[in-house]
Design a protein around this ligand. Structure first.
Ligand code: PGA
Length: 237
């Protein structure tokens, strides 16, 4: 695991964005993995900038998001579909048919999960995956205790995750109780992983990841078993 500290949030975002942009520029087709949350907002601004300044085209990029809420329509403002459109997809030339998020708005979630794994596989697998980290060490919505062997599946969100995500909703009661997420195994199959970590609220997660201990009680620790992970972090102390 490679650790890079940056002087600011903006620098962290730019460094991560450049890794994706260079990958996209240097390959005829790219499959990228994306994340939602507060941390990658600056990263998405950089990707949009790279397109508007004609530095890169996303016309041959395929994207897979980590997760989506269950029981929320893609059109709903609370959905990750909506988050991604608002921050990235509406402003770049990625083809709509090349955008994938898990489908949490279906009665057959298990089928949707299998379908998502199939789509990732058919795309040739994810070349470079962006991750945030929860204060409890979750990656995607893989909460503490998740098996490292899980592929895409439905999870019950923990109280701390629902609390952290309530900023996107009017009331805590509105935050969905379930989500559909790539599993740790899915994430670990990405060829390269970039994890962003920013701010004092992530200090404990940072310290715990730094110890190197691998345990299902701290999902991000699985990343110690991957050969190409870069953590870009700022403002933890
Ligand atoms: P955040 O979420 O970027 O909003 O802190 C990260 C996560 O929960 O994975």
């Amino acid at each position: 695991m490679k650790w890079i500290e940056t002087a600011s949030y903006e620098e962290m975002s730019k460094m991560a964005a450049d890794l994706f942009i260079n990958h996209i520029k240097n390959n005829s087709k790219s499959v990228i993995g994306l994340a939602t949350g507060g941390t990658p907002e600056g990263f998405y601004k950089e990707l949009v900038k790279s397109y508007t300044s004609r530095k890169v085209s996303y016309a041959r990029t395929v994207s897979f998001n980590l997760d989506e809420y269950v029981g929320v329509t893609a059109e709903s403002e609370a959905s990750y579909h909506h988050y991604m459109k608002k921050r990235l997809f509406n402003y770049i030339d990625i083809k709509r048919e090349n955008i994938y998020l898990p489908n949490g708005d279906t009665p057959n979630l298990e089928k949707a999960a299998r379908e998502y794994e199939r789509q990732i596989e058919e795309s040739g697998g994810i070349d470079i995956q962006l991750l945030g980290i929860g204060t409890n060490g979750h990656i995607g919505f893989n909460e503490p205790g998740s098996s490292f062997e899980n592929t895409t599946h439905v999870v019950e969100l923990t109280a701390s995750t629902r609390e952290a995500n309530k900023v996107y909703f009017e009331r805590l009661e509105d935050v969905p109780k379930h989500a559909i997420t790539m599993g740790i195994k899915t994430i670990m199959q990405s060829k390269k992983i970039i994890l962003l970590l920013s701010g004092a609220s992530k200090r404990e997660a940072y310290d715990r990841l730094r110890t190197g201990e691998v345990t299902e009680q701290f999902p991000a620790s699985a990343l110690h078993l991957h050969s190409d992970v870069t953590v870009i972090y700022t403002g933890v102390k």
